[in-house]
Design a protein around this ligand. Structure first.
Ligand code: AMP
Ligand code: GLY
Length: 428
């Protein structure tokens, strides 16, 4: 490896969800002194938490300066799109994540589609509109299922898979006329609807090279059998059997490599985690979206599977030199289950005491990552929609699932909602 890492590096993790808990847990295990902002009750067990919003760019820079950290690792997309990595660079602090310009891959769905178009990356056919009447005329004419997307960030809620023209027109109306997502809805993207299996594919990049992580699969719908409303993710597992070695090679060659080469050729080299959301249609990969950060809950699976120190991966990416960094998996499989508040993704109550955390966390190969939690005295209380991500590793997915659900069964809070079928495509 060609980069030097301080013996006990000081790392600041920006964010406060289960993804950030998994990152902080990993860095602490690897010998780092970890800080987090804002963090949560679980992160506080492995890091010092600071009361600072993730997307407060000036506040996060000031915090990183005061703490004299060696590296900042940015979890969520909003501060990346706002330019946190650029702002840290200006004061000489190394940061893991893309520049503001490169973060447009996620920050503008239209930028992403046009980049794919220029560089031959397979994706659904699309049309772009800045006028609601023209967009509506287009979907009325099309007479087939279409997907309507707000161009900008909409906290994962800007996408409607419309089965008919009325649903599509309604989405256009909400996005463009009502401005449900504000300026994110100034333009709208209308895509062909793809049918297949979704896969999450992560690579870590240094602007030139990339290190491929394992494929994973998320479960975005709230209810068993992939029914009900879309959520931030109710569980994930890795590796999904649909991704054969041949398919993984095709994803790298036809999607990852042209994307990274295209970004570099256009003067916006990509550093940080690139998470490609794919639809596998008859064995072929198509890009649904790019994310410029790690997936949640996929990261909980990836960080528990990782073998050896993860620090070279994060430092190498931030410093632009991943040469010599290789992927090593300590666990063949990992599966995680989200415990959500009753009512999520709609309205839900907070402040419910959580029982059984220590018992669950003591089980073999289980880690309970916190998402929306806070500590009050000696109690941990619910504090968000997704509350916990119970994660287990195993020799195979079946063993990981058994361990994860055994741990889930030790935990209780009023109204807790859990999907019992995480991994069903692999486990039958
Ligand atoms: P996105 O935020 O672009 O990933 O979209 C959110 C979800 O909408 C995806 O996870 C898919 O389930 C679905 N989706 C997005 N684009 C398409 C498409 N072109 N065809 C079918 N489903 C899609
Ligand atoms: N698991 C999907 C996401 O993080 O966007």
């Amino acid at each position: 490896m060609s980069i030097e890492i301080p013996e006990q590096p000081k790392v600041l993790v920006v964010g406060g969800g289960a993804r950030e808990h998994a990152l902080a847990w990993r860095f602490a295990k690897d010998g780092a002194v970890v800080h987090a902002a804002p963090g949560n009750a679980g992160i506080a067990e492995v890091a010092t938490c600071h009361d600072m919003k993730a997307d407060d760019v000036a506040g996060q820079v000031e915090l990183a300066r005061t703490l004299h950290v060696d590296l900042v690792v940015v979890g969520p997309e909003a501060p990346l799109v706002e330019g946190l990595v650029d702002a840290l660079g200006e004061v000489g602090i190394a940061a893991f994540g893309p520049s503001r310009e490169a973060a447009r891959l996620e920050g503008s769905k239209i930028f992403a589609k046009e980049l794919m178009d220029r560089h031959g990356v397979p994706t659904a056919g699309f049309a772009v509109f800045d006028d609601a009447d023209a967009a509506e005329a287009y979907v009325r004419e099309a007479k087939r299922p279409l997907v309507v997307k707000a161009d900008g960030l909409a906290a994962g809620k800007g996408v409607t898979v419309a089965k008919d023209a009325d649903e599509a027109a309604d989405a256009i109306h909400r996005i463009m006329r009502d401005r449900q997502f504000g300026e994110a809805g100034a333009r709208v993207l209308i895509e062909e609807c793809l049918v297949g299996q979704e896969v999450s594919y992560h690579v870590v990049c240094d602007g030139e090279r990339y290190v491929a992580l394992a494929p994973a699969q998320d479960h975005k719908r709230a209810l068993e059998g992939d029914e009900g409303p879309n959520t931030g993710g109710m569980g994930a597992y890795s590796p999904p059997p649909v991704v054969t070695p041949e398919l993984e090679a095709a994803i790298q060659k036809r999607v990852v490599e042209p994307t990274l080469a295209g970004m570099k050729a256009e003067g916006v080299p990509f550093r940080g985690a690139l998470f490609v959301g794919l639809m596998i249609v008859e064995g072929e990969p198509f890009v649904l979206e790019y994310n410029v950060r790690f997936g949640d809950p996929e990261t909980e699976c990836l960080m528990t599977r990782w073998g050896g120190s993860a620090l070279p991966l994060f430092f190498g990416s931030a410093r632009g030199d991943l040469s010599g960094v290789e992927t090593r998996w300590h666990a063949p499989a990992s599966l995680c289950v989200v415990l959500a508040s009753g009512g999520y993704p709609g309205a839900y109550e907070k402040g419910k005491p959580i029982e059984g955390l220590a018992e669950a966390g003591a089980l073999e190969e289980v880690v309970v990552f916190h998402a929306g939690t806070r500590r009050e005295g000696d109690q941990v209380l619910t504090n968000g929609g997704r509350v916990l991500t119970v994660t287990a590793t195993g020799a195979d997915l079946r063993e990981a699932a058994m361990r994860a659900y055994a741990a889930v069964d030790r935990i209780a809070f009023e109204g807790a909602h859990v999907r019992r079928d995480i991994g069903w495509r692999a486990l039958g």
